[in-house]
Design a protein around this ligand. Structure first.
Ligand code: FCB
Length: 469
């Protein structure tokens, strides 16, 4: 299959638009108990029989804790502007409170300095789900104390890394931590209780707001924000019950997070639906949550089709699916970004994750992952389309740099643009990585070419024509 080339019409992105690749600590680092690291809730969850599809864990993962230097060379070779990674909280503060772990802090200091040395901007996420297990023993995110432990952690990290970090994300995808971790229980810590899940959402948001307040008071100059997983919701039919349910699901996924962050309120319809399961809110919480941010990150993979009758069978739509069974629907990204911009007073937006799992075949030292290239190219084109419609976009990051531990799916699902052989830890650039590298080279050449004439205007109408693959 030849990748479709949306760049026949897509030209140059604006100067300053940030191109990146993303990973997270638990999914790549390994070294689960090395150099003083404490267990995270994911280390514990992986031991629960049946929790992970292939019964695997994060003990070794991509062995990035050992291979970080050559991984940074790989990132530099791709020519990206930025690397989005996360810090493992239990690696730097093993019990989540009390003593800090120097060896863990050293690791991230070396990583950040290694990025800067290679001219790559560090985009740091504080919480990509691997909460110290010791805090879970005290109630985890359901307990209000964890909010304050998180603020201490945020301050400790920024104190150590100073102003070397370009961008700091407090939380990655609070919906996933709350709903998958505490309502359906398919992710760590594996709790199945809706009231707990909703209290967790509130504490995550509160800790985000209080951390921003503390870091600003400390004089931290990094850009500060949060990353949400969002999808447009489409009703399965025009029937009133499908439309009603779609509105509620949109409320639970999108407005439940966007409204408090930008307006300082939870949506009334969702509060009414939750009834007694709504979270306890203390005086001042909503004001703290709605502190202005410097950026908002959006992770986009697919849309959701909502049917009042229950589960919607994705096969019905006839769209191509990824190996996760998710519809490939780039138009949804444009729709989402335009809506964010229309409905909320948003700061510059990033697509902080976007990519696809596909059944790759490693043949003669190559991975011809045309579907992944096609997926990424079409979604980049969807970002450009949103910009043409007036949305202020700051950057785009591919999920993921490496094949890695895909949570409850274990190592069975591969999202990387770089192939990882888990036996040898050898890394091989897939065709999608080669394509991304070429695309970024073209973007840079176009920047250099146009910097003198300072072209502006719609993304698809600048004078420099770039061809795609
Ligand atoms: C997102 C997660 C990321 C990865 C992708 C596929 O929800 O943030 O860690 O698992 O999905």
């Amino acid at each position: 299959m030849k990748p479709v080339d949306p760049f026949k019409t897509l030209k140059k992105f604006p100067d300053g638009f940030v191109w990146g690749v993303a990973t997270s600590s638990f999914q790549i680092e390994g070294a689960a108990a090395k150099d003083g690291k404490g267990p995270s809730i994911w280390d514990t969850f992986c031991r629960v029989p049946g929790a992970i599809a292939d019964a695997s864990n994060g003990d070794v993962a991509c062995d990035h804790y050992r291979l970080w230097e050559s991984d940074l060379d790989l990132i530099a070779d791709l020519g990206v502007d930025a690397y989005r990674f996360s810090v493992s909280w239990p690696r730097v503060r093993p019990s989540g409170s009390g003593a800090w772990n120097e060896q863990g802090l050293d690791f991230y200091e070396k990583l950040v300095d290694g990025l800067l040395k290679r001219g790559i901007k560090p985009y740091l996420t504080l919480n990509h789900w691997d909460l110290p297990d010791a805090l879970q023993q005290h109630g985890g995110w359901a307990h209000r104390d964890t909010v304050h432990r998180f603020v201490e952690y945020a301050r400790g990290m920024t104190k150590r890394l100073g102003d070397r970090i370009t961008s700091i994300t407090t939380h990655n995808e609070p919906w996933v931590m709350a709903s998958l971790g505490h309502e359906s229980g398919i992710f760590a810590p594996g709790i199945k209780d809706r009231a707990t899940a909703m209290q967790v959402t509130h504490h995550l948001l509160l800790s985000h707001g209080l951390a921003l307040q503390a870091l600003r008071a400390d004089g931290v100059r990094s850009k500060l924000g949060i990353v949400l997983n969002l999808s447009p919701m489409h009703p399965a039919s025009a029937a009133p019950e499908d439309i009603e349910k779609t509105k509620l699901e949109d409320g639970r996924l999108l407005r439940w997070y966007m409204d408090p962050l930008f307006n300082g309120t939870y949506p009334d319809d969702v509060l009414a639906y939750l009834g007694e399961d709504a979270p306890l809110i203390s005086a001042g919480d909503m004001k703290a949550i709605s502190i202005p941010m410097d950026f908002l990150g959006i992770n986009y993979y697919s849309r959701a089709v909502i049917s009042a009758a229950g589960h919607w069978d994705v096969k019905k739509s006839g769209l191509a699916l990824t190996d996760m069974g998710w519809e490939i629907y780039p138009e949804g990204l444009t729709e989402l970004l335009v809506r964010m911009d229309r409905d909320y007073n948003v700061p510059p937006l990033y697509v902080t994750e976007n990519g696809g799992a596909f059944k790759d075949r490693f043949e003669d030292g190559r991975v011809h992952d045309a579907q992944r290239t096609d997926y990424i190219a079409r979604h980049i084109a969807a970002v450009a389309e949103a910009m043409n419609q007036g949305v202020q976009m700051a950057g785009y990051m591919v999920w993921s740099l490496l094949d890695n531990f895909e949570w409850a799916s274990g190592y069975e699902k591969r999202f990387g643009i770089v192939h990882v052989d888990y036996e040898t830890q050898a890394r091989t650039l897939k065709d999608s990585a080669l394509w991304y590298r070429d695309f970024l080279r073209q973007q840079k050449a176009a920047r250099a070419h146009t910097s003198a004439s300072a072209l502006s205007g719609p993304v698809t109408e600048s004078a420099t024509v770039l061809t795609g693959v």
